[in-house]
Design a protein around this ligand. Structure first.
Ligand SMILES: Nc1ncnc2c1ncn2[C@@H]1O[C@H](COP(=O)(O)OP(=O)(O)O)[C@@H](O)[C@H]1O
Ligand SMILES: O=P(O)(O)OC[C@H]1O[C@](O)(COP(=O)(O)O)[C@@H](O)[C@@H]1O
Length: 556
């Protein structure tokens, strides 16, 4: 078939028109784009000019660089003051300087023992030469750490702040005359010995205290029970204790007796008491402080928050928590190995401590990366159905051949009920959630005409009796030193801790008011756990279960 010449020229014309239209469109768009870019560049250049002019102007007025965010304002800072003995008793007004009394090199006792011959220690002490050094950084009482560092538009325009910890220029107590006492109470926690060691060394070496430092044994009963005798602590005696888990002083629950405690403090002329423990211990410590005030006793009571549960409010984390999470990894790895190797359908279940807060369980889960189901007290436990953890586990086993479960000891009250029993301190006893979950998993697989090979691991006390890891050891050192700095300066009824990564002094009443804290089930930590384990989110069930008794303070 031949193409007519009129058709050809029509086609050519149409093609030329189309190409011209295309080019015109492209060119017009390009011009428009260039125009927009030029306008943007002008705006950008103008902003740059404004910025540089503003900076120049700010330099003159002393204002800092950066953009002012108009809807973020802090106009008031409320300081959480700690009580100060200087306001009630006369002060020594001694200048604060680091004595740096050297440790004796003649200590023949490499391994810690509480029965070191006193004569040897006296000899060692007499050979010591103090080398005083001025502090480069003394802290003033109006230095503070702002509490709410995350700011969002339309937030309240005030915040509270904590007193910054550290050595003060003037001392309330003359270090030469200080007698001190140290006590550890409640459950064990990695780092207790580190804190004891640091307090003793700070008192005796940094401040050159000549008085006695008593270690009270067996928790609060150590103040009065003849079965628990106080020990005189020295730097030589505590030199190596930080390599061991537990507490060289021993600990206990219950046994608090205010009057007998005050009698002891009076009889031994104690002016500084260091109480290492959790929220319960701190409640006791504050009562001792109040008792001292009532009797007119010039005694600084300092708390150092301890708990592997990480449930003391306000502080970034408690010492020992990170070591406990680290120790839990061993159990999770063992559970994974058992689950992978034991067929058919291997499932490893690990129960971790955490009475009312699941911090250890969630942090161990997140750091291991090997867990398929994590149950904590803050989030409802649902066994079957759409949100059920048992169908989820079976799916995980079918997908990968095995599954790993981490369960916090306080989880599952909604399926197991709440125990009415309490321990000597009044803490509720917990029903056996680990064994319960093992039985439930086996039963569920059986109901599906299947079989699960479940291995149950309860590392129990092994996670809290380990020595402190490096991070906790460093933290304990800061805590011990600052507790002594605070007491020497005359603060009382206070505790020390890291808040927003800075060491602060906290008033005990505020600290315990919302402790024990628990994990926010609607926060990002729990979301990370869900992303990792892919377990169903049962948080919506919280509203259904909510009752006044169940409502707890939550953080992060
Ligand atoms: N409100 C309180 N007043 C006085 N002592 C208390 C109070 N609560 C707890 N204690 C005592 O503090 C010690 C430790 O308390 P506990 O709850 O066992 O551990 P933790 O201090 O780790 O929370 C126990 O000897 C307990 O009797
Ligand atoms: O058997 P014990 O010694 O009473 O300790 C059990 C409890 O102690 C803890 O390890 C820590 O508790 P505290 O820090 O409150 O003393 C909990 O996790 C656990 O429930």
């Amino acid at each position: 078939m031949s193409v007519k010449s009129t058709d050809t020229s029509f086609l050519a014309l149409a093609l030329t028109a189309a190409i011209t239209a295309g080019i015109t469109h492209w060119w017009t768009r390009r011009l428009e784009e260039q125009k927009v870019l030029k306008e943007k560049k002008q705006i950008y250049d103008r902003e740059l000019l404004i910025k540089s002019k503003t900076l120049e102007a700010r330099k003159l007025t002393g204002e800092p660089a950066g953009t002012v965010i108009e809807d973020l304002t802090i106009d008031k800072v409320f300081l959480w003051e700690v009580e100060d003995l200087k306001k009630r008793f006369s002060s020594s007004e001694v200048d604060n300087e680091m004595k740096n009394v050297p440790s004796s090199n003649t200590n023949p006792y490499f391994f810690p023992t509480l029965n070191v011959a006193p004569k040897k220690l006296e000899e060692a002490k007499s050979n010591q030469h103090a080398t005083p050094t001025a502090y480069n950084k003394l802290i003033t009482n109006h230095e503070c750490i702002v509490a709410d560092i995350v700011r969002k538009p339309n937030m309240k325009t005030y915040t509270h702040a904590y007193v910054r910890a550290g050595p003060r220029a003037k001392l309330h107590f003359d270090p030469k005359t200080v007698n001190a006492a140290i006590i550890t109470c409640g459950g064990l926690c990695p780092g207790l010995n580190n804190v004891i060691r640091e307090i003793v060394c700070t008192l005796c070496q940094l401040y050159g205290t000549n008085g006695s430092v008593y270690g009270l044994t067996g928790g609060y009963r150590g103040f009065y029970d003849p079965a628990y005798r106080p020990i005189k602590l020295t730097p030589e005696l505590v030199q190596n204790i930080h390599h061991e888990g537990g507490t060289v002083l021993g600990s206990s629950r219950g046994g608090f007796d205010l009057e007998k405690t005050l009698d002891f403090l009076e009889s031994k002329k104690i002016s500084q008491l260091f109480v290492i423990g959790g929220d319960g211990t701190h409640r006791g410590a504050f009562r001792i402080h109040e008792g001292c005030m009532e009797r007119g006793m010039n005694v600084a009571v300092a708390g150092i928050p301890k708990t592997i549960d990480n449930d003391v409010d306000y502080i970034d984390h408690s010492f020992g928590f990170s070591s406990a999470v680290e120790a839990a990894q061993v159990a999770i790895r063992a559970a994974k190995t058992e689950a992978i190797c034991n067929m058919p359908n291997g499932i490893g279940v690990v129960k971790l401590m955490g009475r009312s807060a699941g911090y250890i369980a969630v942090h161990a889960t997140m750091s291991s990366g090997d867990v398929d189901l994590c149950l904590v007290p803050e989030v409802p436990t649902v066994l079957e159905g759409e949100l059920g953890c048992l169908p989820h586990l079976r799916r995980r086993v079918k997908d990968q051949g095995y599954a790993v479960v981490v369960v916090a000891e306080g989880a599952g009250e909604d399926v197991l009920g709440v125990s009415a029993e309490t321990d000597a301190s009044g803490n509720k006893k917990l029903p056996p959630i680990g064994e319960f979950m093992k039985a439930q998993i086996e039963e569920y697989f059986k109901k599906q005409d299947d079989v699960a090979t479940v291995k149950y691991i309860d590392p129990s006390y092994t996670v809290r009796s380990v020595p402190a890891n490096a991070a906790d050891s460093l933290y304990c050192m800061q805590l011990g030193q600052n507790a002594v700095h605070g007491a020497m300066a005359g603060f009382t009824g206070f505790s020390v801790g890291l808040c927003n990564n800075r060491m602060v002094f906290l008033p005990i009443p505020q600290l315990v008011a919302t402790s024990p804290r628990s994990m926010n089930p609607r926060g990002r930590t729990w979301e990370r756990v869900l992303a990792l384990t892919r377990q169903p989110n049962t948080v919506a069930k919280l509203n259904e279960n909510a009752s006044v008794e169940n409502v707890q303070p939550t953080l992060r």
